[in-house]
Design a protein around this ligand. Structure first.
Ligand SMILES: N[C@@H](CCC(=O)N[C@@H](CS)C(=O)NCC(=O)O)C(=O)O
Length: 215
């Protein structure tokens, strides 16, 4: 593995890559952005399809290592910058719950949210990867009822992923704005890392819109 910890992040404003970018800020990681204008369809063109054949962001490059999928990126980056203490170590009893909540995001929350957005009934209970929506979100909320962060009193990379995901879910009126979840989203999304990324993204999104409208 290279000793240079500079990360290249493929990013598009106001997309799921916001979470990876916020994590890079939290980690104090050196990084460069490759910004894709999705409004111009850059994510579906050959140069980016060579990075991620699905045409989805985020993706990161670290030396020769190419990583796609938010959860894989989160695990990879938080371990690569241990000094930021956002990932419990392998022998830390919180490591298991940390991985649980990260994977719960991709394996349960994402499919549940998409089903809800599309107004689709979940598959029958025994087949659905998340059971039903209320149980899926209720399990998370119960954890957050007990402590300010998913692993207890201290922030981990899993909170960056979840806080931002719930924020988007609430914006689209898919996630219930319960006091516990609202407090949590406020706690994560008021962090300078997210506020800064959000401000830069507003400007980037405006540039992208102007570029496709010829402005
Ligand atoms: N499974 C991927 C999903 C990423 C994803 O859905 N990205 C969206 C960004 S909001 C995307 O790139 N959409 C572009 C498109 O397909 O139009 C992950 O977890 O990283």
């Amino acid at each position: 593995m290279t000793t240079d910890r500079t990360i290249t992040l493929f990013h598009s404003p106001q997309c799921r890559s916001v979470s990876a970018l916020t994590l890079l800020e939290e980690l104090g990681a050196p990084y460069q952005l490759k910004v894709l204008n999705m409004k111009a369809g850059e994510h579906r063109k050959a140069p980016y399809l060579a990075i991620n054949p699905l045409g989805k962001v985020p993706a990161i490059l670290h030396g020769d290592a190419l990583v796609t999928e938010q959860v894989a990126i989160f695990i990879y980056l938080a371990d690569l910058f241990p000094e930021a203490a956002l990932a419990p170590k392998l022998d830390d009893p919180r490591r298991g719950p940390y991985l649980r909540w990260l994977v719960y995001y991709a394996a349960c929350y994402e499919p549940a949210l998409v089903d809800k957005a599309m107004k689709r009934e979940p598959a029958p209970l025994a087949t659905s990867p998340y059971g039903d929506f209320d149980s899926m979100i209720g399990t998370l909320a119960e954890q957050l009822q007990a402590s300010p962060y998913l692993l207890g009193a201290t922030l981990s990379a899993a909170d960056i992923l979840w806080g931002i995901a719930l924020h988007w879910g609430m914006m689209f009126k898919l996630v219930p704005e319960t006091p516990v979840l609202l407090d949590y989203v406020g706690r994560i999304c008021s962090r300078p890392s997210f506020v800064g990324v959000n401000e830069r993204d507003i400007a980037l999104a405006a540039d992208h819109a102007a570029a496709v409208s010829g402005g």
